[in-house]
Design a binder for this molecule. Structure first.
Ligand SMILES: Nc1nc2c(ncn2[C@@H]2O[C@H](COP(=O)(O)OP(=O)(O)OP(=O)(O)O)[C@@H](O)[C@H]2O)c(=O)[nH]1
Ligand SMILES: [Mg+2]
Length: 442
């Protein structure tokens, strides 16, 4: 086994930089670059020198002998002052002593290969590092701490159970009777239902990573840009009392309950538009098509007018939130549309209600727990789909009355697919795919 080394902190200047090495030579590297006794797992302030003994920096060294380390191997971490020059020199010294440069994710790959974490947890490490919202970080943490592994292992064990019962009946037909067909069907059905549930969590992964898109649409002058600014907490879009102020779409991102939400402010929709306005309205239509949610803003202080009715019928089929604005000026225009929000962009409670409505429509926040373990990668999603497909096939076989032993192949396939997620039966190709997403040094 080779010893790998890399700088673990991001490029550039910082308070500290960490250079680490993992593998059988880690202890020898410590002896040559630190030259002081390091008690296992204790941080010690030391002088760090290069392979010829030339001082490089004053820093902190930690030596963690395997298997009680991140990688499960002997691991040396040198914390130096955060200068790219010093960090590179320390790394160069490690390489000069016989280590080789680590590839992306190679430390974590070794952790997986040495049984320190399962594959779903290893994939979650990359997910956590890449997380760009609080919800994404929380969801990744649920997988990192073994939540997905626990669910998958339980399902795989249930399949295993079924297989054992079948095997007994197949191998000893005289002593062991076939398990009742209906019982098998029921168990396979309930396993399938759990898998379908799990597959639905793939949506959670996508949501916390990519979030959702909200198009703010409505007649001119309803307060759409004012709403964008209010939700954003800054004067991003031009606001004026002149209708037709916004002529092009404006996009900004906010987070709602930790989930990224892309807001698109649009040009007001009305019938008698000039050429530039029409071009703007075309863009409004495109934004509306792209968006998961239409946030329809209407001036609720004015009597209902044709323009408002137009926008309401235009968005009738879209997932939408209807918001009657300018309640501070009166509410003559607010009609009794189910679930409509009445208020003003100048009121905090109104903004809170709008955010809640986005969370409700966007990801059903009362029902979907964003911090539960979930299928995060395409590889995991494909494997769970394959497992479900095999179970569905097994059930069909039972339904048409074929011999019971014919389903053993399907059950084995389902078990193998599930074990791909935890890494027990992962192929080299899968591993390469998962670890290629990592940065070097992780
Ligand atoms: N009193 C009151 N005025 C508001 C409210 N919301 C917006 N306004 C005012 O309404 C006018 C129009 O606001 P905008 O945000 O520019 O409206 P818009 O829908 O973006 O308009 P266009 O871009 O022209 O389609 C501005 O003078 C705002 O200050 C509100 O809740 N109460
Ligand atoms: Mg505007």
């Amino acid at each position: 086994m080779e010893t790998i080394a890399a700088i673990a902190t991001p490029p550039g200047r910082g308070a500290i930089a960490i250079v680490r090495a993992s593998g059988p030579m880690a202890g020898e590297l410590a002896a040559r670059l630190v030259r002081e006794h390091l008690s296992p797992h204790y941080a010690r302030r030391v002088e760090i020198v290069d392979e010829r003994g030339t001082p490089l920096d004053q820093g902190v060294a930690i030596f963690a002998p395997g298997p009680h380390s991140y990688t499960g191997e002997d691991l040396l971490e040198l914390h130096v002052h955060g200068s790219p020059v010093v960090a590179r020199d320390v790394l160069r010294a490690m390489l000069a002593c016989g280590a080789r440069l680590a590839g992306p994710g190679e430390f974590t790959r070794r952790a997986f290969e040495n049984g320190k974490m399962d594959l779903s947890a290893a994939a979650a490490v990359a997910e956590l590092i890449e997380a760009e919202s609080r919800a994404a970080a929380r969801a990744a943490l649920a997988n990192l701490t073994g939540g997905l592994r626990a669910e998958i292992t339980r399902l795989a064990n249930d399949v295993e159970d079924l297989l054992e019962r079948l095997a007994a009946a197949i191998d000893f037909p005289d002593e062991v009777s076939d398990p009742p067909r209906s019982q098998l069907q029921d168990r396979i059905e309930s396993l399938s239902a759990e898998l379908r549930d799990l597959l639905a969590t793939g949506e959670v992964g996508r949501l916390v990573r990519e979030g959702t898109t909200v198009a703010i649409v409505g007649p001119p002058n309803a307060g759409k840009s004012s709403l964008l600014n209010a939700l954003l907490g800054e004067e991003r879009a031009l606001v004026s009392e002149v209708p037709g102020t916004t002529r092009d779409t404006i996009e900004e991102s906010i987070t709602v309950a930790g989930v990224p939400v892309r807001l698109i402010d649009t040009a007001g929709i009305h019938a008698h538009a000039d050429r530039i306005e029409s071009a703007g309205i075309d863009r409004t239509m495109r934004a509306l098509e792209q968006a998961q949610i239409a946030l329809v803003v209407i001036d609720g202080s004015q009597p209902p007018e044709e323009q408002s009715r137009n926008v309401l019928s235009l968005t009738a089929e879209h997932e939408r939130i209807v918001f009657f604005n300018k309640a501070d000026l009166g509410m003559t225009g607010a009609s009794d549309i189910n679930g409509a929000i009445i208020g003003s962009v100048f009121q905090k409670e109104t903004l809170g209600a709008l955010r809640a409505a986005i969370a409700h429509l966007g990801w059903n926040d009362e029902r979907v727990d964003l911090s539960r373990p979930h299928l995060a990668t395409v590889v995991e999603f494909d494997a769970a789909s394959a497992a479900l497909e095999a179970l569905v096939h097994a059930r069909e076989t039972l339904e048409i009355g074929d011999p019971i032993d014919l389903i053993a192949g399907d059950l084995r396939e389902a078990r193998a697919a599930l074990r791909k997620i935890t890494g027990e039966e992962a192929t080299e190709e899968m591993l390469d795919g998962i670890f290629a997403r990592f940065c070097i040094g992780k």
